[in-house]
Ligand binder design. Structure first.
Ligand SMILES: [Zn+2]
Length: 112
C-alpha cells in the first residue's frame, strides 16, 4: 500500500482534483505541462488552507509514498529519481525535483 502525494515544486498540494485541459491551459497558459489525470484533464491542487478556485495550482509531480517508509536521509538519489516511489525523510518534497531545473544547493537546503 502507498499514499499518493502531489507537489508543485517542493510544496505539497491538497484537495487535488482533475481540471479539463481547455480550462487548465486557459488558466495556466498553453502549452503548460502538468500531470495528466486522463486524456482530457490534468491535476490541480491547493496549498494547504487555500481553497478558493483562484488559488488553484498546477500539479507538477506525483509521488507514491510508502505506508511504512524507511525515512532514510534525503540525498541525490531522491532528488534525481525518475520513478514515483519515495520513502525518504523529505516525505516526497524533493523526490525527482532535482531534474526540474532548480539549483541543487537550494534543493539540498530545503532537504536539511
Ligand atoms: Zn527525499
Amino acid at each position: 500500500m502507498a499514499t499518493f502525494k502531489y507537489f508543485s515544486g517542493t510544496t505539497e498540494l491538497v484537495h487535488v482534483r482533475p481540471m479539463r485541459n481547455t480550462d487548465f491551459w486557459k488558466r495556466f497558459g498553453f502549452p503548460r505541462r502538468g500531470v495528466a489525470y486522463d486524456g482530457f484533464s490534468k491535476f490541480i491542487g491547493f496549498v494547504n488552507g487555500r481553497t478558493m478556485d483562484a488559488d488553484a495550482v498546477a500539479v507538477e509531480r506525483v509521488i507514491e509514498y510508502k505506508r511504512n517508509p524507511s525515512l532514510h536521509k534525503c540525498d541525490g538519489r531522491c532528488l534525481h529519481a525518475k520513478g514515483r516511489n519515495c520513502e525518504c525523510s523529505c516525505g516526497g518534497a524533493n523526490h525527482g525535483a532535482g531534474s526540474m531545473g532548480q539549483p541543487l544547493a537550494q534543493v539540498l537546503r530545503k532537504a536539511a
